[in-house]
Design a protein around this ligand. Structure first.
Ligand code: GLA
Length: 734
């Protein structure tokens, strides 16, 4: 007889009452998906189904008819496929043989305990569900109950089997200034591995989030898609093995390469969570589920508005001084901004931070540059009616710093080896596995905030990999713990900071977009998408990033022309329109702008305030992909009750005689009518549709055909046309 256990409390009692089991079917459900497992006691845990939510009768049928496979395959006996867990027992036995022991549901968490049949080793697979989100978080806890060390050689968070089929993988890859490039390809036979070994910044190259489109080539708004995001700040590995079985085996977890972990007697190894989601509404459905979960449960202060800011970096780089900062504060306040962030270059006493070769670690204000200190700047911000924020990089030091001179033992370095420096030829990471370093890093933050409680925003940077793969703190036989312990230390520090300072906004920056990961975001309000602020390339950067992360987490800044990274000259209108589709900010020297440019930004900031709620808290629909090379990219955000939406439309390519496809909108209510208003207009003759009213139905079938040029004198015939259209429900009779 089969019993069924549901994870949602609403259905728990009804179903548990009918339980009587040899075979126990565990049904982990989100509001619209079901994950079905066969947890028969004494047997290995089997995967049955993950997909659209099932009714009880279907569960019973699937339980008896589905192709089964191990849900958490372990190394050792009876199978030759890739595995989730491998461990060496104290006596040298390298095999495992685990079987289900108990299934327990405690609130929103269901735990399935498996125990080794011979050795006292427990493996708990846990699942967390949310009544308001279509996400299931799953992770694994491995407990060593033997009297000696057990060495973990593999320790995946989860294994999700995907029935063999026409499955496409969407993933993100990249490099500095070109992060989050979208790659979509059919799953090949054999193994695909996506991994990170940086040690600090785990999303600068590839990302720990993927989507699987189950019905052939990925589509935005239709087709079955599974999304998965590994929530971890450190080295990770995602592995998809399409072997001779009936499944594509997807494994996700900490990267075990050179990271064998010695589990002491009584110790439990807790893996990071893998968040999974399933949608029948294409990739768009998966993105919206991740965004919803992020805002409600994952991201720090996920339901709060983000402020419009000016960051000093591209405006002045290291050239920080009081007059310059005061000028920038006046300018951003004058344009309607709400926050000024002083970036790198403000600190270092014996070694002033004038470039990237010195001073990290010496978090004291340089009084030559700022005679009235941070307090003086805060007073200036207050005078201008804006908030003040500041840059720090507390995990790092330079050879030329007072910190390094005092505590050379704090840095990550391999014994007997020359130290390989990172940025500036002199930057090294502090060993966050060392509790003294954890205290030090916490104190950098705590001291600043205690002295200046008015600080509203911290930009927390991390600009170097763990290039020296050894620890001065760890014992010789624990050197392979370096990466894992670094991130445990990071977690400890961030949790301490958040316990004391829940409200301060913290940006995760790591050489640009190196820390866009849900393992980081519980402590950070947002991340810097990329050091690349070129508006055209930003369309691609933000497109890829939006697959998994909501707009309010994505720092997007208006910068100068020519752009500092690409040298491209892009009109201000286009730069503004691209930045407005994320968390709007500026990264520019306002005093180099003309009055009319400032006025344009002033209007844009005021318009952004009108749409902030829709962009930052609405539902994203990606419409036309820049990757499709049709000369246009577009996306829109729609409010929850579909009474308001904003369309962002960008021309991405230009040639004579060009024809652009119409833009078919999505996510609106077909039965509502919407008044269209162009924001940030620059044309002499307004758009013909400006001020018109169209039904949601027509907007989502016929769409809008937007002109490929602006008709203002100044920008006429420039290749960079863009539009931002506000759609508001129109209720009165017309
Ligand atoms: C990194 C960041 C930049 C800036 C500099 C400062 O590169 O990504 O935004 O803060 O550091 O040195």
């Amino acid at each position: 007889m089969i019993s069924i256990k549901h994870s949602l409390i609403s259905s728990l009692f009804a179903v548990l009452a009918t339980c009587a089991a040899n075979g126990e079917i565990v049904n982990i459900s989100s509001p619209s998906s079901s994950l079905l497992l066969d947890a028969e006691k004494g047997k290995s845990l089997k995967f049955l189904y993950y997909g659209k939510k099932l009714i009880d009768n279907d569960i019973t049928v699937i339980a008896t008819t589905a192709a089964k496979t191990d849900f958490y395959p372990v190394y050792g006996l009876g199978n030759s496929c890739k595995t989730a867990l491998a461990a060496t027992m104290p006596d040298g036995n390298m095999t495992l043989d685990i079987a289900v022991d108990t299934v327990v549901t405690d609130g929103a968490v269901t735990s399935i305990r498996m125990s080794d049949k011979v050795y006292p080793l427990d493996v708990d697979i846990r699942f967390r569900t949310f009544p308001d989100c279509d996400i299931i978080e799953t992770w694994t806890e491995i407990r060593n109950n033997t009297r000696k060390d057990v060495v973990l050689r593999e320790f995946a968070s989860a294994h999700l089997p995907i029935p063999y089929g026409d499955v496409y993988l969407s993933s993100l890859y990249g490099t500095w200034a070109n992060e989050a490039r979208l790659e979509e390809r059919p799953l090949p036979h054999g193994v695909v591995e996506i991994y990170n070994t940086d040690g600090v910044r785990n999303s600068q190259s590839s990302h720990a989030e993927v989507m699987f489109s189950l019905d052939g080539a990925p589509a935005e708004e239709h087709g079955r898609v599974i999304g998965a995001a590994l929530c971890y700040s450190g080295n990770y590995k995602l592995k998809i093995d399409t072997d001779e079985s009936d499944f594509h085996h997807f494994f996700a977890g900490i990267n075990e390469d050179n990271s064998a972990y010695t589990l002491a007697p009584g110790e439990t190894f807790v893996t990071p969570e893998l968040a999974i989601t399933y949608s029948t509404d294409g990739k768009g459905g998966v993105s919206r589920s991740f965004h919803n979960w992020a805002r409600k449960h994952k991201l720090a202060n996920g339901e709060k508005d983000r402020k419009i800011l000016l960051n000093s970096w591209e405006g002045v780089y290291f050239d920080i001084n009081e007059t310059g900062m005061a000028g920038m504060m006046r300018d951003i306040a004058d344009m309607g901004g709400e926050l000024f962030v002083m970036d790198d270059g403000w600190f270092g006493s014996r070694y002033p931070r004038d470039n990237d070769t010195t001073s990290l670690g010496d978090w004291v204000v340089n009084t030559r540059k700022l005679p009235n200190g941070i307090g003086g700047l805060i007073r200036e911000a207050e005078k201008n009616g804006i908030e003040f924020g500041i840059w720090i990089e507390p995990e790092m030091t330079n050879f030329r710093s007072e910190l390094f001179e005092k505590h050379p033992e704090y840095i990550v370095r391999a014994d007997k080896r020359e130290i390989i420096p990172g940025r500036g030829g002199s930057q090294v990471a502090l060993d966050l596995g060392n509790p003294k370093v954890q205290d030090l890093v916490f104190e950098v933050f705590d001291t600043l905030m205690t002295r200046y409680p008015e600080i509203d925003y911290i930009k927390w940077d991390a600009n170097t990999a763990l290039l020296n793969r050894g620890s001065q703190y760890l014992d010789k036989d624990k050197q392979s713990h370096l990466f894992i312990d670094y991130h445990r230390g990071f977690k400890t520090v961030m949790e301490r900071i958040r316990a004391k300072y829940p409200d301060v906004t913290i940006q995760a920056c790591a050489s640009g977009g190196g820390r866009a990961n849900y393992g980081v975001l519980p402590w950070f309000d947002e991340f810097w998408v990329s050091d690349n602020t070129d508006a055209l390339q930003r369309i691609y950067l933000q497109w890829g990033t939006s697959h998994f992360f909501p707009a309010l987490a994505m720092g997007a800044h208006i910068s100068a022309a020519p752009n500092h990274q690409t040298g491209r000259v892009i009109p201000l209108k286009f730069r503004i329109d691209v930045a407005m589709s994320g968390r709007l900010g500026m990264e520019i020297q306002p005093k180099d702008m003309t009055e009319s440019e400032k006025e344009q930004c002033r209007r844009a900031i005021s318009d952004y305030k009108r749409i902030r709620d829709i962009v930052q808290h609405g539902n994203l629909y990606r419409l036309q992909s820049p990757y499709d090379n049709k000369g246009v990219a577009s996306l829109m955000y729609v409010s929850d009750n579909r009474d308001k939406a904003v369309l962002f439309w960008y021309k991405t390519d230009t040639f004579a005689g060009q024809k652009l496809p119409a833009t078919i909108l999505a996510g609106l209510d077909p039965n509502k009518s919407y008044k269209i208003t162009e924001l940030n207009p620059i044309d002499i003759v307004p758009l013909t549709i400006d001020g018109t009213i169209l039904s949601g139905s027509t907007l989502m079938s016929n769409g809008l055909t937007l002109p490929k040029e602006h008709n203002n004198a100044e920008d006429y015939h420039i290749p960079y046309a863009s539009r931002v259209l506000l759609l508001e429900e129109h209720t009165s009779a017309y």
